[in-house]
Design a protein around this ligand. Structure first.
Ligand code: SAH
Ligand code: SF4
Length: 413
């Protein structure tokens, strides 16, 4: 079993299990994946290096780990040959375990991953002509139960650790062969320290996989700091977008402490409908949410907030809804763009996707008001990799198992 601790989560009644930053491994070694430089330095000092050595080795290992994607100490060529076995005996550089990798006919790729303690989660890579976007998960499952989202039906929920989050990005770079190459003494050549997006496959990251990232704020922040660090994965914060269903109390901190682009899952323009389909609305209503958006640090016309809007037939897709959406965005003077997401179906879902003509009419009303409202092309539907379809097969099994167990434990009447 994993070493887990219960952490109270803002706005959350039930605590969600959180794995500690260091989960003991059977062989006693410590996995450095996901740890910041200062923590690596501490661990090296605890293992017996003097302060100066610990600092130097932490800097070197950090560079190999996050900037170059190296997982073997033997390959860290600027570390002395006697030091490398010392590190190897005490530490490892892990990666999330891949259970299955799937390829969609449209080029989308989905990886089913597994934590050390046996929980499944997923990541998805979506290439198109101009960019390649990795959709990263922040939790196993989600506690929020939006009625149109498959992930929300998972019972099993656990926060992912920083290592499990940044590990997804690192695994994608492994799979795409995209670690910066070149000499170690990068100071001679400053460009070596930058991960240039041009010509690369993985150019953008969206925190839009499984889970609500602002319910796992600390781990998401720590992981994204490693991704954004120029000496780490060195991906610009402008290329990272975090999507929230509207955890209002955490939004300002998201802007201040992470500083990435914000996407908000709005999906409805009035209380009864949003209460139904995005239940967190009962806690933080639309007006409160839009006020938090207006105050989001870093939002500007150059860095607009994306409002996601899933198109559900006869639920939220009328002309009146479109006009109300425009009114709300204008009322708060938001630097906004709207992203219309055709509903992706899954077994047992209670909704249908709006007709293409309806989606076009809805989009036109928003465009005519001067706000961009493109329709997101569904990707990877054939491998259930599209928005809201993520739910692992293992979870489906364990849920059936749970149901059986629940039925069996019912007292006979
Ligand atoms: N929990 C976060 C991020 C993950 S979901 C959030 O809700 O914002 C990423 C996006 O996919 C969200 O906008 C979500 O509402 C949307 N989505 C969920 N289920 C969907 C479905 N079945 N079809 C289309 N979009 C869906
Ligand atoms: Fe959770 Fe987002 Fe799905 Fe809602 S849409 S259940 S917040 S993952």
């Amino acid at each position: 079993m994993a070493d887990t601790a219960l952490m109270p989560i803002p706005g959350q009644v039930d605590p969600v299990p959180v794995a500690r930053d260091i989960t003991p491994r059977a062989d006693g070694r410590v996995d450095l994946l996901g740890l910041p430089k200062a923590r690596i330095r501490e661990l090296f000092a605890e293992a017996g290096l003097d302060a100066k050595q610990a600092k130097l080795r932490a800097k070197q290992v950090y560079h190999w780990l996050y900037h170059r994607g190296v997982t073997e100490f033997a390959a860290m060529t600027d570390i002395s040959k006697t030091m490398r076995p010392w590190l190897e005996q005490r530490f490892v550089v892990g990666r999330p375990k891949v259970v299955e990798a799937q390829h969609s006919s449209d080029g989308t790729r989905k990886w089913l991953l597994q934590t050390e303690d046996g929980h499944d989660y997923e990541m998805v890579f979506i290439p198109d002509e101009t960019r390649g976007t990795l959709c990263v998960s922040s939790q196993v499952g989600c506690t929020l139960n939006c009625t149109f989202c498959h992930t929300g039906t998972m019972r099993l929920v656990r926060n992912l650790t920083p290592g499990e989050i940044v590990g997804q990005v690192m695994l994608a770079r492994d799979a795409l062969g995209e670690w910066p190459k070149g000499k170690m003494d990068f100071a001679d050549d400053e460009s070596e320290t930058e991960y240039r997006a041009d010509g690369r496959l993985l150019t953008n990251i969206v925190m839009m996989g499984m889970g609500e990232p602002l319910y796992n704020f600390d781990h998401v922040r720590d992981a994204l700091r490693l991704v954004m660090d120029g000496e780490g994965l060195a991906l610009s914060k402008r290329r990272i977008t975090l999507s929230t269903s509207g955890v209002v109390p955490m939004m300002a901190r998201c802007g201040e402490e992470i500083g990435v682009n914000l996407a908000v899952s709005l999906h409805a323009t009035n209380k009864p409908v949003r209460d139904e389909i995005v239940p967190i609305n009962r806690k933080y209503g639309i007006e409160e949410l839009l006020e938090a958006c207006a105050a989001y640090p870093g939002a500007s016309n150059a860095r607009r907030i994306t409002f996601e809007y899933v198109m559900l037939k006869a639920k939220n897709d009328s002309d009146e809804d479109a006009r109300e959406l425009v009114r709300l965005l204008k009322k708060y003077d938001l630097p906004a763009k709207v992203n219309l997401i055709p509903f992706n179906p899954w077994d047992g879902a209670a909704y249908e996707c709006s007709d293409p003509d309806r989606i076009r009419a809805f989009s036109n009303i928003i465009f005519e008001s001067g706000i961009s409202a493109p329709v997101r092309t569904p990707r990877g539907r054939d491998i259930e990799a599209a928005c809201g379809q993520l739910k692992t097969a293992a979870e489906k099994k364990s849920r059936a198992q749970l149901d059986r167990e629940a039925a069996e434990s019912q007292p006979a009447v």
